[in-house]
Design a protein around this ligand. Structure first.
Ligand SMILES: C[S@@+](CC[C@H](N)C(=O)[O-])C[C@H]1O[C@@H](n2cnc3c(N)ncnc32)[C@H](O)[C@@H]1O
Length: 206
């Protein structure tokens, strides 16, 4: 088994041509499909992390075109697991939205992510947060406060570049302020401030 590049057939574009970026983010070295979906390099990263950690219970908040949902679904199939995909817009959760080969490994939930996380009793081994940036710190707080993460679980937060606040005011500063307050509850962090950014963290075991 290898972590071969997923989705090689898609029409990848230069990230720097699609989104605004700070020079330090080196967006020219990244690829994306469109304005909504995650960069190819980060899709590959989360797929590999989910697969290599043998995560079975995965959660994604924010589906849109479903690129990352499909990547996690591939990891879920390899690991014998399932992806819970939470999205507030019904058009991204239509019956035929995902190809037949993904349907048995994606559990679609139409909900506001904060409502879902405030009420679910599910536990997760791997989480990818990709909703509105203003929601993501609270999503992480709920995962920690409500003990929804299994021991050793990984959480990835997209759009976490620290340079982002220099050119787009979409909640990244607020996210980082809230995240610093949560840091004592985090065991390990990888901060990638390239392109739109990816934060990979492992909470302390309760
Ligand atoms: C950036 S897109 C997700 C892209 C996707 N993860 C990918 O990389 O292919 C964000 C999505 O989050 C959804 N969203 C935003 N805030 C949300 C919330 N509070 N709860 C649920 N979905 C939300 C939006 O409707 C949108 O479809």
């Amino acid at each position: 088994m290898s972590n071969a590049l997923i989705f090689p057939e898609l029409d990848w574009k230069r990230e720097g041509a699609i989104h605004r970026h700070a020079p330090a983010e080196r967006a020219g070295a990244f690829s994306c499909l469109d304005g909504e979906q995650t960069e190819r390099e980060f899709v590959q990263t989360i797929f590999t992390l989910a697969w290599a950690t043998k995560a079975r219970r995965m959660l994604e908040t924010g589906v849109a075109g479903g690129l990352t949902t499909r990547a996690l679904a591939q990891a879920a199939r390899l690991n014998g697991g399932i992806v819970t995909a939470v999205e507030m817009e019904s058009r991204f959760l239509r019956e035929d939205f995902f190809e037949p080969e993904y349907r048995d490994v994606i559990r679609k939930v139409q909900a506001e992510s904060l409502d879902f996380l405030a009420t679910t009793n599910d536990e997760f081994d791997f989480v990818f947060l990709d909703t509105d940036l203003y929601c993501r710190a609270r999503e992480l707080e709920l995962l920690l406060e409500r003990r929804l993460l299994t021991p050793g679980a990984l959480v990835c937060v997209h759009d976490a570049s620290r340079f982002r606040d220099e050119y787009v005011h979409d909640g990244s500063r607020e996210f980082w302020t809230a995240f610093e307050a949560m840091r004592p509850r985090i065991a390990a962090v990888i901060e990638i401030h390239l392109s739109r950014g990816l934060l990979i963290l492992q909470p302390l075991r309760p």
